[in-house]
Design a protein around this ligand. Structure first.
Ligand code: ATP
Length: 426
């Protein structure tokens, strides 16, 4: 089985990701995160927020609405320019984006002996329309195609209501929607997804622009590395001039070596003064009185893509088990507690006590089904760093066995030491 198939199957089996609307045959490009997946996704977003907002003194947060006045999208250029070039294979009528060369090549290979003839590219706007109100004609609006514009339209509100001074950033995490021509590669290209973005406002100056652009590139790469992604699977790729989005002065992608090839999961964009000047917004320095339109360096990451790449990167197969070598900070469950046997009341009661105690510190699971080996396997598959077993000896001397996910080594420690041991890796 290909690695992607294995990941998809693991996600279904362990409640990480389910196909959207599955009992009605699904719906292309939409996915649901299950009980385990939602924990890991929240961890990912929390780590990002800690690093990008709480870890700094120059960034504040925001949570803007998904639907905005459509004038926002006209001003930002998305109604006109948020387009992808659609081509159709004349043999099988499948549609593709002509700017995704690897996907075009892969499709041409599928047809082997026949030469694929493509239709002329047609530009296709990927904003998703919604209709509001009860009387006809209803008001047309859009689900946001990027979360970014919510930051720009609130630029003045943030400046007026907080103590920020240039240079400063506004961070946001939230859903975006794109009517993608070719959703695929599991959650990689979806129609509904989440973004985690920073818009960093600087003085309009070439040197400042270059300095902050390279600073943010490095800072963002560091974050992925700090959460354990193998460096060898990461690279920067600068956009060619003709590939840049309509707003970008220059742009670099952080790419991951996915099983389907090098793939973008975060874009660092120098947006210049494109957006603020489109929305006719300026900044006035309260000390010097100087008024200008700031430039913006943006770091725009996909929560779902990062999630997928953390999964792929941590996936391990050994002779007798599959496990996710996830950074403990991302692991959906931090510890699991097992009573050695389920028919000894005092062992089960002790295990419940330990479970409750750990649960008040971090996400903890309790499992008393089947044999211990199977319980380990289940926790390994969702990347739980520690499994704790309560046995006969526990009742005598207050010690438990703690098993390490990566080495499978077991140690005996005191119940009092459990919280400290697990917390150390968090
Ligand atoms: P692509 O060319 O792969 O469609 P993009 O260059 O249009 O992506 P950006 O507009 O730069 O993407 O969006 C910023 C980030 O948002 C991307 O790096 C990615 O992580 C995420 N993203 C964009 N489109 C999708 C999507 N359809 N599904 C999941 N995540 C997405």
């Amino acid at each position: 089985m290909e690695i992607m198939e294995k990941i998809v199957s693991l996600c279904k089996r362990r409640g990480i990701i389910f196909p959207g609307s599955e009992i009605y045959e699904g719906i292309t490009g939409f996915w649901d995160y299950g009980p385990v997946g939602v924990e890991m996704k929240n961890n990912l977003k929390r780590e990002w927020w800690k690093y990008m907002v709480y870890g700094r003194e120059d960034v504040v947060g925001l949570d803007a609405a998904i639907v905005m006045n459509p004038k926002v999208w006209e001003a930002s250029g998305h109604v006109k320019s948020f387009v992808d070039p659609l081509v159709e294979c004349k043999i099988c009528h499948q549609r593709f984006r002509s700017d995704k060369k690897s996907e075009i090549d892969a499709h041409e290979k599928l047809h082997k002996d026949e030469k694929v003839d493509w239709t002329e590219p047609k530009m296709f706007n990927i904003l998703t329309e919604v209709y509001l109100g009860v009387t006809e004609p209803k008001q047309k609006a859009y689900l946001r195609g990027e979360i970014t514009q919510g930051v720009f339209v609130n630029f003045r509100n943030v400046v007026d209501s907080t103590r920020v001074k240039i240079p400063f950033g506004i961070a946001q995490i939230g859903k975006a929607f794109r009517n993608e021509i070719t959703p695929g590669n599991f959650t990689y290209r979806s129609r509904e997804f989440e973004q985690m973005e920073l818009e960093y406002f600087i003085k309009p100056n070439e040197e400042e622009g270059k300095r902050w652009f390279s600073k943010w590139k490095e800072t963002r790469l560091e974050w992925y590395k700090s959460l354990g992604i193998n460096e060898k699977n990461l690279r920067f790729r600068d956009h060619e001039v003709d590939e840049r989005a309509h707003y970008a002065r220059f742009a670099t992608d952080i790419e991951y070596m996915a099983p389907f090839g090098w793939s973008e999961f975060e874009g660092i964009h120098h947006r210049g003064d494109w957006d603020l000047s489109r929305h006719k917004l300026t900044y006035k320095d309260s000390e010097t009185g100087e008024e200008y339109t700031p430039w913006v360096i943006e770091t725009s990451g996909g929560v779902d893509r990062a999630f997928l790449f953390f999964l792929i990167d941590s996936y391990r197969e050994e002779e007798k088990r599959i496990f996710l070598k996830l950074h403990p900070k991302l692991a959906p469950v931090k510890a699991a507690v097992f009573p050695l046997v389920r028919n000894k009341e005092n062992i089960v009661a002790k295990a419940k006590d330990v479970y409750k105690m750990l649960k008040s510190h971090f996400v903890t699971a309790f499992d008393d089904r089947g044999n211990i080996g199977k319980r380990y396997l289940a926790q390994d598959e969702i990347g739980t760093p520690y499994c704790v077993t309560i046995d006969y000896q526990t009742l005598e001397d207050g010690t438990v066995t703690i098993r390490d996910r990566d080495t499978t080594k077991q140690e005996r420690i005191k119940i009092d030491e459990l919280v400290g041991t697990v917390s150390k890796v968090l």
